[in-house]
Design a protein around this ligand. Structure first.
Ligand code: CU
Length: 138
């Protein structure tokens, strides 16, 4: 009895640890970031986003994130530009395939990605586990 309980407890603990390590708002998608990029501080940005870009303003302040997970339509291959305003550095995680991690500094910064596969792509602030948007890629 005791050893059975112990085994059960170990299994539960392993499940909890696995979930915690995944670090992503509870979806079953692969979590590793295949690509890692760094957002450029706005002061160092030299060019405006391309005119066909989808610009998404992201604000992170403590635990509050804007936008907060709504749908945003983008076209496949369209530049998606994140203009990030954050109180501390962090990571925007884009659940595309391959997944992309955007490391951003405190303050304002900008990063651009393109997604070449149609589908719904979650974007979240990784360290907070909070959604930013669901990109509907067509
Ligand atoms: Cu993620």
């Amino acid at each position: 009895m005791t050893s059975q309980r112990r085994a059960l407890a170990a299994a539960l603990l392993a499940a909890v640890l696995t979930a915690a390590l995944a670090g992503c708002g509870g979806s079953a998608e692969p979590k590793a970031a295949d690509n890692e990029i760094s957002a450029t501080p706005t002061a160092q940005v030299t060019a405006e986003p391309p005119s066909d870009a989808k610009v998404i303003q992201v604000t992170v302040n403590g635990h509050s994130v804007t936008p907060d997970g709504g749908k945003i339509e983008v076209k496949k291959g369209q530049p998606v530009v994140f203009e990030i305003q954050a109180d501390t550095k962090g990571e925007v995680h884009v659940h595309s395939s391959p997944a992309t991690a955007i490391n951003y500094p405190a303050g304002s910064s900008r990063a651009s990605i393109t997604i070449n596969q149609p589908g719904v792509v979650e974007v979240e602030i990784e360290q907070l586990g909070k959604p930013v948007a669901q990109l509907e890629v067509r």
